[in-house]
Design a protein around this ligand. Sequence first.
Ligand SMILES: Cc1cc2nc3c(=O)[nH]c(=O)nc-3n(C[C@H](O)[C@H](O)[C@H](O)COP(=O)(O)OP(=O)(O)OC[C@H]3O[C@@H](n4cnc5c(N)ncnc54)[C@H](O)[C@@H]3O)c2cc1C
Length: 140
Amino acid sequence: MPTSKVSAVTFLSEDVFELVLERDGVIFRPGDCFAIANPSGVSRPYSASSGNKEACLRFIIRRMPNGQVSQWLAARAPGDAVDITLPFGWFRPGHHLDDGGDPNDQSIFVATGTGIAPFRVRCGVPGTYGRSSVFMGSAA
Ligand SMILES: Cc1cc2nc3c(=O)[nH]c(=O)nc-3n(C[C@H](O)[C@H](O)[C@H](O)COP(=O)(O)OP(=O)(O)OC[C@H]3O[C@@H](n4cnc5c(N)ncnc54)[C@H](O)[C@@H]3O)c2cc1C
């Protein structure tokens, strides 16, 4: 499995953090995810939350109680290496403009919690898809 270096781990709340990795030129599409493994080889899929024109890879991850991978990732520091697969996925709603999609297409998404990740990237890359709106639900 390829490795990438941690650039930053930033907690956004008590349990949710942003993991930023060096991108190393990896090409992906909004909605794709990557499997990230702990040193025991246990891997979990995470949706990229960064735009595919950004120089880094960003993930928004919830630290699960006793979670094998999310707890380990939450404890990473800049410079640490992590094993990460190439991108894969099936969440590619709508038609990518590069594939002849219509810029007048409109999409509305509803997401909660860290499930916002693939929608954030989808809406954060102007000129990739038609117009998108995201409604995010969260506990008060
Ligand atoms: C396509 C896809 C994209 C995803 N994208 C994201 C994302 O962007 N961000 C994100 O945060 N997550 C995402 N996930 C979820 C992520 O892959 C992991 O499932 C999550 O991080 C938990 O993994 P973990 O190894 O930390 O926890 P695990 O070790 O899998 O444990 C999960 C929870 O179950 C509990 N548990 C484990 N075994 C038992 C048991 N026998 N009995 C009772 N409880 C048990 C653990 O204590 C823990 O609280 C995505 C999942 C998919 C399928």
